[in-house]
Ligand binder design. Structure first.
Ligand code: 5GP
Ligand code: MN
Length: 415
């Protein structure tokens, strides 16, 4: 198999940082964002299989909130700790891991109740010399063993593999953050691919301890298992709407072709993810489109809101709302779509919510050169990609909708 058509996107600095973190860690916790989607689950479980191929035995996947049923078949998912089911185990794994790896995630605040613990890790990392670009800038920065140097301090070790715009990564070129990548899963693949090809050179400057862990150069064929490929493919597929947006990068298809050499059935993966909904969800979609969709022709925008009573009526679970936000974009001349659903205020947000009884969780989508992430960030405490963002509002969905309508003229383009 000729893999040379996949270029080295991950920089030598990033590769070296990742290699050092991974090599030096005995215990590794992998965490992804709350309300995980296919890319969150695919990238974090794919990372698990990559680490296991490297011989790492103490790897724990942590999922901050429940994941939808249509992802419950993913390889390795049964080994993941769900915070909501095992809060103590999740807290302990996250706090005590030598290395924390965040995939599809670069903000401490996006892991629900685990946010304060992840925030501790982020600040420990920022304060360590590993977290400052100066130490990483020197090519031969050797990590001396048993050193008290914070560069080697295990509890501050952090590796981010993400494709969101994030302030956290802007001062840290050693972290793997590529907002132009369509999925975090693709970046996990690229890390594995580059790691296998260059690991000798990467590992060489490390301590003998690290070298002993990695041993000889890992062969990519040992990493490229059907389990790894399934996770990566699922993330790439879901974050591009089955390769219908953010999917013009030619190398993406070289990666897909490489994944398919493991014998995975991409059509079966599509079927498991996109044709696995409940009848309740289909009726909910009908209700949303028929009764709830408001159009704002002047702004080429659509808005759908769902309150708790409506969700209860349709027995809606978190995954059931997935993708509804994209549907109004199928209408000619609709370029913006907003979907708001009401949620409880979790205990860790009670204080911030300042007495609000519910919150609105909001998804924004747009087409073309019409950013929605600025609106998400400035008005709805969120952020995200130019064409796919999210945020929240403390109050009812009706209040959130009123806020959106009030600010629409400032953030949406009329043409
Ligand atoms: P979704 O609408 O699918 O929940 O989220 C789409 C994208 O918006 C996510 O991939 C993420 O980049 C961003 N996003 C969603 N919710 C939030 C949020 O609460 N805060 C931030 N910063 N980004 C969010
Ligand atoms: Mn993603």
């Amino acid at each position: 198999m000729n893999y040379t058509v996949i270029s080295d996107k991950i920089t030598p600095l990033q590769l070296k940082h990742a290699a050092r973190c991974i090599c030096d860690a005995q215990s590794i916790a992998i965490i992804t964002h709350q309300n995980p989607d296919g890319d969150a689950m695919g990238s974090s479980l794919g990372m698990r299989f990559f680490l296991q191929a490297l011989g790492k035995t103490n790897v724990t996947n942590i999922v901050p909130t429940s994941f939808p049923d249509f992802l419950a078949w993913l390889p390795g998912v049964n080994e993941a700790i769900q915070y909501e089911q095992q809060p103590e185990a999740a807290v302990q794994a996250l706090r005590e891991a030598d290395l924390v790896i965040c995939t599809d995630l670069a903000e401490a605040g996006r892991v629900a109740a685990l946010s304060p613990i992840l925030a501790e890790r982020f600040s420990a990392y920022a304060q360590s010399s590993e977290g400052s670009d100066s130490s990483e800038g020197s090519e031969n920065s050797e990590c001396s063993e048993n050193s008290e140097n914070s560069e080697c301090s295990p509890k501050s070790s952090l590796l981010i593999i993400d494709h969101h715009l994030s302030s956290v990564c802007s001062g840290h070129p050693e972290q793997i953050a590529f907002p132009d990548s369509a999925s975090a899963s693709e970046l996990v693949f690229r890390l594995a691919w580059q790691f296998a090809r260059s690991s000798r050179a990467v590992v060489e400057p490390l301590s003998s301890h690290s070298r002993a862990i990695v041993g000889s150069r890992p062969d990519f064929s040992d990493i490229l298992t059907p389990e790894f490929a399934t996770c990566i493919y699922t993330g790439m597929m879901t974050d591009t709407g089955n390769f219908s947006y953010n999917s013009c990068e030619p190398e993406m298809y070289n990666i897909v072709a490489t994944l398919l050499t493991t014998g995975i059935d991409k059509d079966a993966i599509y079927d498991r993810v996109f044709n696995a909904y409940s009848a309740d969800r289909m009726r909910l979609i009908g209700y949303c489109l028929y009764h709830k969709m408001k159009l704002f022709p002047e702004y080429h925008a659509a808005l759908i809101t769902l309150n708790r009573k409506e969700m209860y009526r349709f027995n809606a679970k978190s995954g059931d709302m997935e993708g509804i936000v994209n549907m109004p974009l199928q209408i000619k001349d609709v370029y913006y779509s907003v979907f708001m659903r009401e949620d409880k205020i979790p205990p860790h947000q009670q204080e911030e919510a300042k007495g609000a009884k519910v919150k609105a969780k909001i998804s924004f989508r747009s087409q073309g050169n019409r950013p929605v992430n600025i609106l998400a960030r400035e008005v709805f405490r969120g952020g995200g990609h130019m064409n796919a963002s999210g945020g929240e509002f403390f109050g009812s969905v009706d209040e959130a909708a009123a806020k959106f309508i009030e600010t629409m003229s400032r953030y949406l383009q009329k043409d």
